[in-house]
Design a protein around this ligand. Structure first.
Ligand SMILES: Nc1ncnc2c1ncn2[C@@H]1O[C@H](COP(=O)(O)OP(=O)(O)O)[C@@H](O)[C@H]1O
Ligand SMILES: [Mg+2]
Length: 370
């Protein structure tokens, strides 16, 4: 288990990279630190690794306070974005290097390096130098070097950002498999929400040195705690429609419907209207041809058959909304509507509705899976 309490990092020039971070990462789980560039991900990782000294706060590995421990005494493996392989050393010596630092004899450490290389399917590269390797191969060597000393914790800082899209997915799956096989506690830093969703058991999403939400990928995706998380998670992004909430009724341009049961609002507004944004994912919208009591009118602008699904998009008031549905057979019917003099369809939101306070950004829906 890794426990982080009140972690703060200020740099000399007065930049506050981390405000006050609290996190608990259970043993053998995979955590993703997710957020935009500059939000403090690498700073957090480097504090855990011991490469940076925190301004305040403490870090524990199980019962041991490691805050003041030098990196080599923390028993962790680290993979950097740049891989940082030693160019003058053969692959085998790169992988064995951390073992050499530990004082292991050459035959022994080469044996260990060979075993690790085998696990990562790079045995055939052991006699090459880094310059003779492709990006994907260099990535695997960096992984092998991190794993050779059998660390209890694996730290990965954007380890796949230099790879092409296809290799990214392959290596991502490989890293996940290794983490599970070896029962490692792992932390990956990434700005790619899809990568974080795919690889991690838990995601901590950061903005400006503060955690915005810490939960499973499912909860972050379906019940984002605020507009920042909602904008960040998911592709296509969540739809947002401006509305007003009053007396359990949601009203907007040309529509009005009661707050659905599942989307209970925990802090009911007083008599005043509360400006909200309805947040709903494209696949959680029902499309009707005719106006109904609780429908929301959309001016249809785009009809695209994407093969596995049909995309309809257009305007609800001033908001651009995307709808996807698995049944593509009605594509021509919707194209007919779009070309007609009345290019309207009617949307119904029955499930997966999130209601955000426009001003504060918080999710009012008050649901929680965890
Ligand atoms: N050595 C440093 N000196 C001064 N400021 C730094 C240093 N390292 C990082 N920062 C600043 O701290 C903030 C967080 O940086 P970082 O943790 O690298 O972000 P991320 O990895 O999320 O992109 C940024 O504003 C960055 O400019
Ligand atoms: Mg970084």
């Amino acid at each position: 288990m890794i426990r982080i309490e009140g972690l703060r990092k200020e740099f000399d020039q007065g930049t506050v990279a981390l405000e006050k971070l609290d996190l608990v990462i259970k043993t053998s789980t995979f955590l993703a630190l997710l957020g935009p560039s500059g939000c403090g991900k690498t700073t957090t990782l480097n504090c855990i690794a011991g490469l940076l000294e925190p301004t305040a706060g403490r870090i524990w590995f199980d019962d041991q306070d490691v805050t003041a421990l030098p990196p080599r005494e923390r028993n962790l493996g680290m993979v950097f974005q740049s891989y940082a392989l030693y160019p003058h050393m053969k692959v085998i010596d790169n992988i064995a290097f951390p073992l050499k630092q530990k004082g292991m004899k050459k035959p022994e450490r080469h044996q260990k390096a060979r075993e690790t290389a085998k696990r990562l399917q790079i045995e055939h590269l052991l006699d090459r130098r880094p310059a003779q390797l492709s990006g994907g191969q260099q990535q695997r060597v960096a992984m092998a070097r991190a794993l050779a000393k059998e660390p209890r914790i694996l730290l990965l800082d954007e380890p796949m950002s230099n790879l092409d899209a296809r290799l990214k997915i392959e290596i991502r799956d490989e890293i996940k498999r290794l983490q599970q096989d070896l029962g490692l506690t792992a932390i990956i830093v990434t700005h790619d929400q899809e990568e974080a969703m795919a690889i991690a058991d838990k995601i901590a999403i950061l903005d400006n040195g503060c955690i915005q939400q810490f939960d499973t990928p499912e909860v972050l995706y379906h019940y984002p705690a605020n507009l920042f998380v909602a904008h960040f998670m998911g592709n296509p992004p969540m739809n947002f429609i401006d509305a007003v909430l009053k007396d359990n009724q949601i009203s907007g341009d040309d529509f009005s419907f009661p707050v659905p049961k599942g989307a209970m609002v925990t802090q009911p507004p007083e008599s005043a209207d509360r400006k909200i944004k309805i947040g709903v994912r494209s696949h959680q919208i029902q499309v009707k041809i005719q106006h109904g009591p609780h429908t929301v009118k959309m001016e249809l602008q785009i009809v695209e058959n994407l093969g596995k699904e049909l995309l309809l998009a257009g305007m609800v008031g001033k908001s651009f909304v995307r709808v996807t549905m698995p049944d593509t057979s009605a594509a021509d019917m919707y194209r007919g509507i779009r070309r007609s003099g009345e290019p309207y369809v009617y949307l119904e939101f029955n499930e997966g509705l999130n209601l955000f306070d426009t001003e504060k950004g918080v999710n009012l829906s008050g649901r929680n899976l965890s």
